[in-house]
Ligand binder design. Structure first.
Ligand SMILES: [Zn+2]
Length: 292
């Protein structure tokens, strides 16, 4: 198997903080990213982790993403950044993406769903319940944020299966998507959305990658002591969260994971451009914006 790090949607430019950053090119303003993973499995096609912005978002941004969000997030709207175009550039057909695993259902993570209408879409069972069950906590909020343009085609939303006693590095409630031909887990990191989850994937070398979605937004939050939030990302995080205490608890789990298990797990988030450049550079053959 092989894991590619894709930026599926550049957003507004973010100034560097100059703290907790490595030297050189890190000290530049960079566009926020939509960090997605494309996994080439050995036996069953491709798995996409989060989908960024899709081709319809780029063509009709206000209608698809909402004019207020577009004005704030300032997406670059380059069709070449869509997961669809990147899959094709790698020599695959869109139908080769058989499975999509989502951290949560916000617009900057679900935009690519209509480009892969045949793919099975796996979410944590609690996030599935939040969007499908009117009696679930935060149901209306979850549904409102799942953009109509991203679900009008009827995505094949599927709850992953919780293994009763399953823990992952001490984190309970992990769920296993049924179907993908690789080792994948949805790891509960709630707070940003009702049942936001990280996606853990074991790479070909036996190490884990953890796509932590929006559980944190700037690497200083898990790498610095005390946690260093970014002043551009922090209001976004505060505005989006459904449960502040749960979000901070999730962030602190990730701080512990980074501190105690960095040799076994590489943790990264969805939008931090410096982190994206660093993690993508660890995979020489992956296409990334590391040198953009
Ligand atoms: Zn996001």
């Amino acid at each position: 198997m092989r894991v590619h790090h894709l930026n599926c949607g550049s957003l507004r430019k973010i100034p560097p903080l100059g703290e907790g950053l490595t030297a050189g090119a890190a000290h530049r303003e960079r566009a926020a990213v939509c960090h997605c993973l494309l996994i080439e499995t050995d036996s069953d096609g491709l798995v996409l982790v989060d989908t960024g912005l899709g081709t319809a978002d780029v063509q009709h941004p206000d209608a698809s993403l909402g004019a207020d969000w577009v004005a704030y997030a300032q997406p670059v709207l380059d069709p070449e950044e869509s997961a669809l175009r990147q899959v094709v550039r790698l020599g695959y057909a869109p139908q080769d993406v058989r499975h999509i695993v989502l951290t949560h259902l916000h617009r900057d993570h679900t935009g690519g769903l209509p480009d892969f209408p045949h793919a099975q879409v796996h979410v944590h069972p609690d996030e599935y319940r939040a969007v499908t069950d009117p009696a679930a906590p935060h149901h209306q909020d979850t549904l409102d944020r799942f953009m109509p343009a991203h679900r009008a085609h009827g995505p094949l939303l599927t709850p992953a299966r919780v293994d009763e006693h399953a823990e992952w590095f001490g984190i309970p409630g992990v769920a296993r998507p049924q179907g993908p031909a690789c080792e994948l887990l949805l790891v509960p990191l709630a707070g940003h959305s009702a049942a936001h989850a990280g996606v853990a994937v074991r790479d070909g070398d036996g190490r884990w990658l953890l796509h932590a979605g929006d559980a944190y937004m700037y690497h200083g939050e898990i790498e610095c002591t005390p946690p260093l939030a970014h002043p551009v990302f922090e209001p976004v995080q505060q505005g989006a969260q459904v449960d502040a205490a749960a979000r901070v608890a999730a962030r602190d789990r990730l701080r512990g994971l980074h501190r105690d298990h960095a040799d076994e797990v590489t943790v990264f988030s969805a939008h931090d451009p410096w982190e994206f450049a660093r993690v993508a550079a660890m995979v020489p053959e992956s296409r990334s914006d590391a040198d953009a």
